[in-house]
Design a protein around this ligand. Structure first.
Ligand SMILES: [Zn+2]
Length: 74
């Protein structure tokens, strides 16, 4: 009986780790120009992955730089 509880917990733990890894992977993906333009025009809030985009900009110097370059250009 205890074994089943243990396996259940392991399963939940595994699933949680899997979800976190997926989220990190999504955040590590570089943003495309279209998304950066949306951020620039501040109409990214309607996007479902708004949190991921902002999180990525927080950790990625490359995309941050590209965002500034786009801002300079337009
Ligand atoms: Zn990036």
């Amino acid at each position: 009986m205890l074994n089943w509880i243990f396996y259940g917990l392991m399963l939940i733990c595994g699933y949680t780790v899997y979800r976190v890894v997926l989220k990190i992977r999504r955040q590590r993906k570089h943003l495309d120009d279209e998304t950066l333009r949306k951020v620039m025009r501040n109409n990214i809030r309607d996007e479902p992955d708004y949190d991921d985009v902002i999180a990525h900009l927080g950790i990625c110097r490359k995309c941050e730089k590209r965002l500034y370059e786009l801002t300079d250009k337009e």
